[in-house]
Design a protein around this ligand. Structure first.
Ligand code: GDP
Ligand code: MN
Length: 328
């Protein structure tokens, strides 16, 4: 007779986790990724590094979300890499698909004719819309105060010897970022105009000490600077706020997630710029990080340091927007 192991109750699980990972504070936070089954190997590589550099000490849970069910192979493949709790969620049709007001023929035509990166991809647009307006409302994230977004195939170059969630909490930080390149303008031709319209209609959402200076040039146009949202640590009350939801719904109505290719990175960034002040935003320039194409290797990383990266190989490629950050 096979013995079926008894499942722990959620409370038992929490107690067990508290013994393995004694934390200073009981932060309601998780590492979250929307990811495909086909990204398993790259996701495993991300988890391995995050565990080795950080999470083996803290045991933050992982939450994986997908528009289709995760395979057993995926579930096992990521779960074996951590002692922390891992959960898997699926998206509903509202958060992954077309709102009723979108002209799908028009969207299809644009996918055929547009030329920028991922121009022809429908799923990429669903992904960007989901990350912009839905991830923080998913049932599995309901109890979370903070999330740290993670992606397949990224590198964490250095030991992270403190808890960024706790840091955010203790210092009243709302949004944390690491890389800030400039956006391909072809993907967002009308995003700034729609955003300006939004600001005119909702002036009460825009505090005086905002960060709009960081995202605008001398003519008042969007300069393309954006936090690269494949890394972001966020107090989720920001995305759940009335101001952010009004903004997302306004953008969603305008249709640019489908008629153009609005990315969640510029969307999050413009929201931060409108609604937050600089002291609420944390530049994690101590966290060595790479996502294919660009990365950040902290100054002073050498053969004896705790980082495994070469500052010469990953010079600050995002100079323009990072320098600008110091000036605002
Ligand atoms: P990039 O970073 O802009 O090049 O876009 P990625 O291809 O890395 O996608 C961003 C994140 O969304 C990654 O974690 C992907 O695994 C995930 N993703 C992209 N498209 C899909 C999709 O169609 N389904 C699911 N489940 N995840 C997706
Ligand atoms: Mn990516």
């Amino acid at each position: 007779n096979l013995q079926v192991p008894q499942r722990s109750t959620p409370q038992e699980l929490e107690n067990k986790q508290a013994q393995i990972f004694p934390r200073k504070r009981n932060m309601k936070a998780a590492l979250v990724s929307l990811v495909r089954n086909s990204d398993l190997s790259e996701m495993r590589s991300t988890i391995r590094e995050l565990e080795d550099r950080f999470n083996y000490k803290y045991g933050y849970p992982y939450i994986f979300l997908n528009d289709v069910p995760f395979t057993d192979e995926f579930k096992e493949g990521v779960t074996v890499l951590t002692k922390a709790n891992v959960s898997f969620g699926i998206l509903d049709s509202e958060s992954w698909g077309y709102p009723e007001w979108i002209d799908q023929e028009k969207a299809a035509h644009i996918r055929k004719t547009a030329k920028y990166m991922h121009a022809g991809s429908e799923s990429y647009r669903f992904m960007c819309r989901f990350q912009s307006g839905y991830v923080f409302r998913h049932k599995l994230l309901e109890d979370l105060d903070f999330y740290w977004r993670i992606e397949p195939e990224v590198n964490y170059f250095c030991d992270i010897d403190y808890d960024p969630f706790e840091f955010m909490h203790d210092n009243n930080k709302i949004y944390g970022w690491n890389l800030a390149p400039t956006e391909l303008k072809e993907t967002i031709p009308t995003l700034w105009d729609v955003t300006k319209q939004f600001m005119r209609e909702y002036p009460n959402h825009i505090p005086k000490d905002n960060l709009l200076k960081w995202v605008t040039d001398e003519n008042g146009d969007y300069n393309g600077c954006h936090f690269w949202s494949n890394f972001e640590i966020v107090n989720l009350s920001f995305y759940r706020s009335k101001a952010y939801m009004d903004y997302f719904n306004y953008l969603d109505k305008a249709g640019g997630f489908f008629y153009e290719r609005w990315g969640d990175a510029p969307v999050h960034t413009l929201a931060v710029a409108m609604f937050l002040s600089k002291d609420q935003v944390q530049f994690f320039n101590d966290i060595g990080y790479f996502h294919p194409a660009i990365g950040f290797c902290p100054e002073g990383s050498d053969s004896r340091g705790k980082c495994v990266c070469d500052p010469k190989e990953h010079p600050e490629m995002n100079l323009e927007c990072v320098k600008r950050w110091d000036l605002v």
